[in-house]
Design a protein around this ligand. Structure first.
Ligand SMILES: Cc1cc2nc3c(=O)[nH]c(=O)nc-3n(C[C@H](O)[C@H](O)[C@H](O)COP(=O)(O)OP(=O)(O)OC[C@H]3O[C@@H](n4cnc5c(N)ncnc54)[C@H](O)[C@@H]3O)c2cc1C
Length: 315
């Protein structure tokens, strides 16, 4: 039977949306390409999520258990697969998966979050096309051999501080190259003796036959540095994990919920670079599902400013 709400992405936003929708009695389908709450599971240290969660793994288990409980009760369906496109028209929505399946629903909520940019797309980096870097935040300290040449980290995005706090006793050396745009993020790690920070104008990466990465860094001040390392890690920030079809990204690539077709809802990190936190993701997912429930029943929102009011899905 066709779902009343399809949710793409089982992170905090998608799980909160499913819980809210299922609680309201909506037939709900969750599409997840990997593991439910898979990203959250790998956050080493947490201190801003109500409920006393101090690391992501325990929170992720709880979120996955919520979905398991709803599935067992027949209140939501979990589809394992990668969504490629969402389409919307007057009558409803279709979500196309990479394996050819097409899921029909009254509305679709897209909560696919963000993903790492390709090094080749970063303006200050000259890197081979298609080079994939293991992200720092998913790297266990044991992978960064102590005593050997330092690991080179490209970018000084916030996960650097989180990683160092999560591994206070890890005897590692990180040679972090970052652009001026990341300079303000380095304050929280500047006092950590395990980190050498270099603001660069540019860096060139080559992968040599010896299996090592060769990095030539041109600092903002001083002479160029040549680095050789077996461990090259990415920490370059993120870009929205977009779907094709009728999802409408803005000029920065993020998807403003107010700019979408009335049957396409957006929640979580995908909305904006500004609100990328677990609790804001959960709030936006729950709110979008609730809004769909009332909208589909013709109950208006008297608190919503006229300029941002959505037309109803069935309008
Ligand atoms: C290292 C690190 C540390 C962080 N620390 C904190 C912190 O301390 N506190 C905090 O509040 N926030 C923290 N965050 C941010 C937090 O993880 C995000 O704000 C939150 O996970 C966003 O939730 P989301 O549901 O929007 O997206 P995500 O959690 O990214 O979930 C998106 C889901 O969609 C799935 N997906 C993606 N594309 C598709 C597709 N095409 N088809 C099907 N499924 C798809 C993914 O597999 C994923 O499960 C941290 C993030 C990182 C990387």
């Amino acid at each position: 039977m066709r779902a009343e709400l399809a949710v793409v992405g089982g992170g905090p936003a998608g799980v909160a949306a499913v819980l809210m929708a299922a609680g309201l009695g909506l037939r709900t389908t969750l599409v997840e390409a990997g593991r439910v709450a898979g990203k959250v599971a790998e956050i080493g240290a947490l201190d801003n999520v109500p409920g006393g969660w101090s690391d992501g793994a325990a929170l992720a288990r709880a979120l996955a258990a919520d979905i398991g409980r709803l599935r067992a009760a027949g209140r939501c369906t979990l589809v394992s697969g990668r969504a490629l496109r969402v389409r919307a028209c007057e009558e409803g929505t279709e979500t196309e998966l990479a394996d050819g399946r097409v899921l029909a629903a009254d509305a679709v909520l897209v909560a696919t979050g963000v993903t790492a940019p390709d090094p080749g797309d970063v303006p200050w980096l000259d890197a081979p096309r298609g080079l994939r870097l293991p992200p720092l935040w998913r790297t266990v300290p044991e992978r960064i051999a102590s005593g050997a040449a330092p690991a080179v980290v490209l970018g000084a995005d916030r996960p650097l501080g989180t990683w160092l706090r999560a591994h206070p006793d890890a005897a590692v050396r990180l040679d972090v190259l970052h652009s001026a745009a990341d300079a303000h993020k380095t304050e929280e790690v500047a006092g950590d003796s395990r980190v050498r920070l270099t603001e660069v104008r540019s860096a060139t990466v080559t992968e040599e036959d010896d299996g090592l990465f060769h990095v030539t860094a041109v600092p903002a001040h001083g002479a160029a540095r040549a680095l050789r390392t077996a461990t090259l890690l990415g920490n370059l920030g993120s870009r929205p994990a977009l779907l094709g079809g009728d999802l409408v990204p803005g000029p920065d690539g993020y998807c403003d919920p107010a700019a979408q077709h009335p049957r396409i809802l957006v929640a979580g990190d995908l909305r904006s670079a500004r609100y990328q936190r677990i609790v804001t993701a959960q709030g936006s997912g729950a709110e979008a599902a609730l809004g769909h429930y009332y909208g589909a029943r013709g109950v208006g929102d008297t608190n919503q400013a006229p300029a941002r009011r959505r037309s109803r899905p069935d309008a």
